[in-house]
Design a protein around this ligand. Structure first.
Ligand code: HEM
Length: 511
């Protein structure tokens, strides 16, 4: 009898566990978010599989390509589901326009941080901070002190020095007939440039600091991408007490913290000695110590901002330089026309300078076209509140993914969308009023749109423009093999699956 009671109890316990597990599984994987309200349905959705929803549709090619394939088949505004993680996918300029016109504040925050205390993607990160007092204060600060036209004018010499250093590196490689991996060299340039612009010096190559920063930036960018994909599983796993990538994120964050704390202390000591601010870091430290500051920033926010600026500002520009050079080398006629422009405006005896860019419309058009065909990243936001888009119901907390890659290759807006044709930007600047319409402008959004658009676009155009100009002005580029492999790679950011490697040959040895 006693043993029967035990068996019954065990069965009961197992039964209870099964009930709990089923309920949990249902909550985690099946329960749908509230999906309609009076007279208003969710946007259309492609056929999905049980449990995983639409996950199988994005597994095999880079995400922007998978999303482009889905939208070409099912439409420009879609509701997708990965497990029970809802995403609204936008792939047309007119839908993007409607969102940024009517819902800009509602979509002005990014997905919540995976780990609060991490400097990367944590709660002190500017990129991750919800739209509000801090994001407004910091964006204004960044524009005034670092990225706006006047700030860029003040830091012009820094970029001129870096361009010259880059030129000498290429010349040295050319003399030794060495191959250059364009993206790697461009990353060194963008990293040093951002470093110097923010803290008045570039990290030293000699003591390995620069290498450490580059390594940390690469690791944090990689983790950011992994996090986005992991975010689909983040919520259900969190309920089970599992935090994806937590250890890796904290490891990189702690190493960044150590390095940045050392740099902050150095700057504080210098400030105490000289009582004079000379770079953005000094100004941030001043705001940090100011009791009456417009917004009271924390030490972690300063450190996180550095991580954000390194991550956001270096890789995207380096990738754009790589893709655009690949297009130029692939198209000798375009290269020739660009050289003629540069030779006639700048001559052959000095390096292209930033101040030449307004007089080099074809070079500007090439950079724009490079960004149109190969935008480094998508726009990812969160709908804070429930709303209606094009008559469809969007529940609160739905993730928004604007596929800028698909928008900028939309055949309804772009003639020969898959072709590299810089002239289209020379022509469109003459179209005048038609192109002034904001809806039309949203067909070209490599830097996003609205309140959380990229504040670094001027800097990016300047750096990419002068680097490409210098590389074409002074060198011929020899590739191995017959043609460049333009296959796309990367998960969240669009990279070349086979990094561009080529050998520079000086055009004018007397320069
Ligand atoms: C070719 C180069 C670049 C491209 C294509 C690019 C693109 C983007 C995109 C698509 C976004 C998201 C915008 C949105 O959500 O609407 C963004 C955000 C951002 N970018 Fe860039 N970016 C580039 C260079 C830079 C540079 C040089 C910096 C600064 C050093 C920078 C700083 C930022 C920051 C701070 C944000 C977050 C803005 C916010 O949350 O308000 N970017 N960028």
């Amino acid at each position: 009898m006693a043993s029967m009671i035990t068996v019954d109890f065990e069965n009961c316990f197992i039964f209870l566990l099964l009930c709990l597990f089923s309920r949990l599984s249902y909550d985690l994987f099946f329960r749908k978010t509230k999906d309609s309200r009076a007279g208003c349905a969710l946007p259309p959705s492609p056929p999905s599989l049980p449990i995983i929803g639409h996950l199988h549709l994005i597994l095999f090619v880079p995400i922007h390509q998978s999303f482009k394939n889905i939208s070409s088949k099912y439409g420009p505004l879609l509701h997708l589901r990965f497990f029970n993680f809802p995403i609204v996918l936008v792939s047309s300029a007119s839908t993007a326009y409607e969102i940024f016109k009517a819902q800009d504040v509602n979509v002005s925050s990014r997905p919540p941080p995976p780990i609060e205390e991490s400097l990367i993607l944590g709660s002190s990160s500017f990129i991750n901070t919800p739209y509000g007092d801090y994001s407004k204060f910091m964006k204004k600060f960044m524009v005034q002190k670092l990225l706006g036209p006047q700030a860029l004018q003040r830091s012009r010499n820094i970029r001129a020095d870096e361009l010259e250093r880059f030129y000498k590196t290429l010349l040295d490689k050319a003399m030794k007939k060495q191959t250059v991996e364009i993206r790697n060299e461009a990353m060194k340039l963008t990293n040093n440039t951002i470093c110097k612009m923010i803290m008045g010096r570039s990290c030293s190559e000699e003591n390995g600091e620069a290498e450490t920063v580059r390594g940390l930036v690469t690791e944090s960018i990689f983790l950011t991408k992994k996090h986005f994909l992991g975010a689909m599983f983040h919520k259900p796993l969190k309920k089970l007490g599992i935090s994806l990538f937590a250890k890796e994120l904290m490891n990189v964050s702690n190493r960044f913290d150590k390095l940045l704390e050392k740099i902050l202390v150095e700057h504080e000591e210098k400030l105490q000695e000289h009582h004079q601010t000379s770079d953005m870091l000094d100004m941030l430290l001043e705001a940090y110590g100011d009791e009456n500051a417009e917004y009271k920033i924390t030490r972690d926010q300063i450190k996180s901002l550095f991580v954000d600026l390194f991550s956001a500002g270096t890789e995207a520009s380096a990738n754009t330089i790589q893709w655009t050079m690949a297009e130029i080398i692939k198209n000798p006629k375009i290269c020739e026309r660009l050289r003629e422009e540069i030779d006639s405006v700048v001559g052959k005896t000095r390096l292209v300078q930033e101040t030449d860019l307004p007089n080099l419309p074809y070079l500007q058009a090439i950079v724009k076209e490079g960004l149109r065909l190969h935008p480094p990243g998508p726009v990812v936001r969160t709908f804070k509140e429930t709303c209606e888009i094009k008559g469809f119901y969007i529940p609160e907390k739905t993730r928004l993914f604007v596929n800028v890659y698909a928008i900028m290759r939309d055949p309804d807006f772009w003639e020969d969308p898959e072709e590299f044709k810089p002239e289209r930007f020379l022509a469109s600047s003459r179209l005048g009023e038609e192109d002034e319409k904001r809806e039309d402008m949203l067909k070209y959004i490599p830097f996003g749109s609205g309140r959380r658009a990229c504040p670094g676009s001027h800097l990016a155009y300047t750096v990419v423009g002068s680097v490409i100009g210098m590389m074409v002005q002074h060198f011929d580029w020899i590739i191995k093999g017959e043609k460049i492999n333009m296959k796309e790679g990367g998960t969240m950011t669009l990279t070349m699956a086979h990094p561009l490697k080529c050998t520079p040959v000086p055009r004018n040895l007397n320069t």
